[in-house]
Design a protein around this ligand. Structure first.
Ligand code: DP6
Length: 333
């Protein structure tokens, strides 16, 4: 059996993609910038089917056997596959198995890692390499914009060129440039009730959305410069402002979307206090209640000691800046 297996990382957005200019092509209204993670990953194995005409799509919980994927996952994968097949004109039926090693649909960008893994596996199956500049565009065909960033490691901007909204993501710096840690406080691991896609559609109904778009270019420049100079305090202020603003847009959309839970706010407050006390720590929240606590290696232990006993946290995931997708010798089937 000719199997291709890859793993692809999740990422945490420092400047968030929120709102689309073209839903069919998944084009954003604004440039976004993320840090690719190392530990939170999706795994995908793909092989040609020699019998039948229908795809076989399998799913595995973090632990447990491979089972037929439930409908919602199957539909998402089939939709992405259809676009990939159109692009490559390769219509061979496939067996695809996928799994994540972290909670799915809970604001930890499982679609970023999952769909980038599928795009990369399919591209390898069609003869591309892990370095292909096409990967970002192929991941975006899934409908998940953040997947377009997960095909690269380190600090990644999507699109890389401000004048080309349909262009690929671009690596600004590798993970080794600034190996920041991400302590992820899981406040609620259940899938969110309003998807990011719905949130993108609603964004423009917020009366503050145009103000947000006008503020973003300067904030992006600040974050880029902070990364380049490894200036934690400059990064922290911009990243926290950005996180709050994304949720202001969500909460003031019509109808409003509330991703935060009480513990989310408590952690954000505590992180700010810790920074005032001199720790290099800051926090951000994607479309969910879970908090990504970013910190330098030097202050990781102290930050965790101060936060770990807070009420309302189900568990922690320890992650850090990492490289992009990898080809694996171990297969899911
Ligand atoms: C708040 O449409 O990429 O995480 O596919 O569900 O991960 P998913 O969402 P996507 O929107 C991402 C929204 C965000 C910000 C970001 O990652 O830039």
């Amino acid at each position: 059996m000719n199997r291709i297996s890859v793993s692809s990382p999740s990422n945490i957005a420092l400047i968030k993609y929120w709102g689309m200019s073209d839903a069919r092509q998944t084009l954003p209204n604004n440039l976004s910038l993320s840090m690719t993670l190392s530990q939170c990953r999706s795994f995908c194995t793909l092989s040609r089917l020699t019998t039948g005409t229908a795809d076989e799509i399998l799913w595995k919980r973090t632990s447990g056997p491979l089972i037929a994927a439930q409908n919602s996952l199957r539909i998402g994968i089939e939709r992405h596959l259809h676009s990939l097949r159109e692009r490559f004109d390769d219509w061979t039926p496939l067996c695809i198995a996928t799994t994540n090693n972290f909670p799915t649909g809970a604001g930890i960008a499982s679609s970023a890692s999952g769909f980038s893994a599928l795009a990369v596996a399919f591209a390898l199956h069609c003869g591309h390499s892990l370095n292909s500049p096409e990967l970002s565009g192929l991941a975006r065909l899934s409908g998940s914009g953040s997947a377009a960033r997960s095909v690269l490691g380190g600090f990644v901007q999507w699109p890389g060129d401000a004048h080309q909204l349909d262009g690929p993501a671009q690596q600004l710096a590798p993970a080794q440039h600034w190996p920041l840690h991400d302590l992820i406080a899981i406040v609620d691991a259940t899938p969110k009730s309003v998807s990011s896609r719905e949130g993108h559609f609603l964004a423009a109904t917020s009366p503050f959305y145009s103000t947000r778009l006008s503020l973003l270019p300067e904030r992006l420049a600040t974050v880029r410069q902070a990364i380049e100079r490894r200036d934690f305090n400059a990064l922290a202020v911009a990243v926290e402002r950005e996180a709050v603003e994304l949720h202001i847009i969500a909460m003031t959309s019509q109808p409003p979307v509330f991703y935060w839970q009480p513990a989310t706010l408590r952690i954000l407050e505590r992180v700010r206090q810790l920074r005032d006390q001199g720790l290099e720590v800051c926090a951000t929240v994607d479309a969910g209640p879970n908090v990504h606590v970013l910190c330098t290696a030097q202050h990781k232990t102290a930050a965790f000691a101060a936060l770990s006993m807070m009420p309302g946290i189900e568990r922690w995931i320890f992650d850090q800046a990492g490289d992009g997708p990898r080809r694996l010798a171990r297969h899911l089937f």
